[in-house]
Design a protein around this ligand. Sequence first.
Ligand code: SF4
Length: 288
Amino acid sequence: MPPKKAATTRRTRRTKKPGVTIPDAIRLMTEEHGPFANEPRLDPAHELTFTILSQHTSDRNSERAFRSLMERFGTLEAVAAADVDAIEEAISGGGLAKIKAPRIKTVLNRILELNDGSLDLTFLAEMPMDEARAWLRQLPGIGPKSAGIILSFSLGMPAMAVDTHIFRVSQRLGIIGPKVNADKAHEVLEAAMAPEDVYPFHAAFITHGRKVCKAQRPLCGACVVNYGCPSRDEKAMQEMAEAAAAVANDSADSDRPDGQAPGRRRRGGKSATPTPVPHTQVVKELQP
Ligand code: SF4
């Protein structure tokens, strides 16, 4: 009699379930990295221009390009009227100038067409958020992230702007599923939290992504939400636990009364100066 065939075991797919709630994640990350500055930004048309310059470019380069553009032309109306070649030359320090110069000119001129010859977009703040977003999305090259940046940072509306850090941390924590793309993530995340949590979430997650949940080597052992993270790196957790145990054994020699590993910031030890979120920092420097 042939041996019984082993029962085929179905490979169970590891689904990521968030073990940490969004409010808890915001609170813990803010305790760790905050408080965060929430400062006024550029007006919407300048913010929009800056946003185009920052696409696929480092903060430093986009800042340089924006500064150079405004020094050269003085006003956005002058940029709208300028030759593409001249715009390209002015922003050449920022990268992708060949693509961004015509895009900036086209967008500014489209705003002038749609808005009775004015680049003042503050009227968007009076509209329901979905309509304001749709108005911006009709502009060429303005996707959900750019629209979210303008609505949120420039107009103070509770719009989500999902950058690469926020997307990565949200996905690793299981707050958005593996099939949700970056565009869709805006909707999913906005629907997942109260409007008043949108900015705190943005500030907390972008900073956490930059400092701890890095793209290549996330520092899971030092992560304040590792207890509920389905993507945590168990090896890193183990190494951190061993390092902490070694320090605890040496505590007689330690000058840290809380027994924490050296270099680890004490939780709740808030600094007096609010931490600027990256975008705030850049734009603040650009303001006259
Ligand atoms: S535990 Fe690791 S993967 Fe999860 S959020 Fe923290 S740093 Fe990112």
